[in-house]
Design a protein around this ligand. Structure first.
Ligand code: 0WD
Length: 254
């Protein structure tokens, strides 16, 4: 029961295929109390039963991170219902479809701004708003992908967003270290989720990674969940500002 006595909020569960679901499961299995957020009413119906599964039926809140008022309201609700928390998981990304295939130079400023706002700035804003609730020894985790470090076909705009997210993780780690708060990212290998469905030729990416990773397989959300739990727990108390690859070793081949 590594997470016993720890409370936290997980943003980015869309369904039970989401990476955030794998992280929630690993943390709940180890005794954590988790609050969940949902993007909109159609996802609310999916997230509520998931929260129930983890004993969190009373801790489910709306939060579209592109709306600052919803982030502020989330803080108020968590403060009222849970009080102090020990971890935050940011498992959110979005880019308009035009940014995930075709020619990179054709990306519009509008699409660029949306991707950076939802996939990058939201981490800073969520952390700033929830900071008063964070205990000393808290841990923050976000999700990135290798396409933020190296060229990956079709990842295009999201690659630029992930590069920015990785540096945001490091600058936040430095900024919050003095408060005893750690900030890390997991760079997960490709996994078939709702978000992944938007990326051009994703099935090829899965096959390619399976064939070329040292472990000759694709990673699962349970495996990312276990690594996430480690980064959120006191087991990783000296780890911050890290981009931790959970990708069956694929990144060493590139
Ligand atoms: O191969 C993959 N699936 C990988 C995903 C490999 C490496 C990293 N990642 C990252 C993603 O880029 C993302 O940051 O992991 C994170 C989670 O993605 P996921 O689990 O693959 O995808 P999904 O289950 O779709 O969850 C992402 C969710 C959204 O789902 P949809 O499909 O509805 O976009 O992010 C949420 C939403 O629930 N989301 C938002 N939440 C609040 N406010 C917003 C928003 N504005 N936009 C999207």
């Amino acid at each position: 029961m590594i997470m016993k006595g720890k409370k936290g909020v997980i943003l980015g569960v869309a369904n039970n295929k989401s990476i955030a679901y794998g992280i929630a499961k690993a943390c709940a299995d180890q005794g954590a109390q988790i609050a969940f957020t949902y993007l909109n009413d159609s996802l609310k119906k999916r997230v509520e039963p998931i929260a129930q599964e983890f004993g969190s039926a009373d801790y489910v809140y709306p939060c579209d991170v592109s709306n600052p008022d919803e982030i502020k309201a989330l803080k108020e609700s968590i403060e009222k219902d849970l009080g102090q928390i020990d971890f935050i998981v940011h498992s959110i990304a979005f880019a308009p479809k035009e940014g995930l295939s075709g020619r990179f130079m054709d990306i519009s400023k509008e699409a660029f701004d949306i991707a950076m706002d939802i996939s990058v700035y939201s981490l800073i804003e969520v952390v700033r708003e929830l900071k008063p609730l964070l205990s000393e020894n808290s841990s923050i985790l976000t999700l990135t992908y290798y396409g933020g470090a190296k060229y990956i076909p079709n990842y295009n705009l999201m690659g630029v967003a992930k590069a920015a997210l990785e540096m945001t993780t490091k600058y936040l780690a430095e900024d919050l270290g003095k408060d005893g708060i750690r900030v890390n990212a997991i760079s997960a290998g490709p996994i078939k989720t709702l978000a992944a469905a938007g990326i051009g030729d994703f099935r090829f990416m899965l096959k390619w990674n399976e064939a070329h990773s040292p472990l000759k397989k694709n990673v699962t959300i349970d495996e990312v969940g276990n690594s996430g739990m480690y980064l959120l727990s006191d087991l990783s108390s000296a780890v911050t500002g890290e981009i931790h690859y959970v990708d069956c070793g694929y990144n060493l081949m590139g």
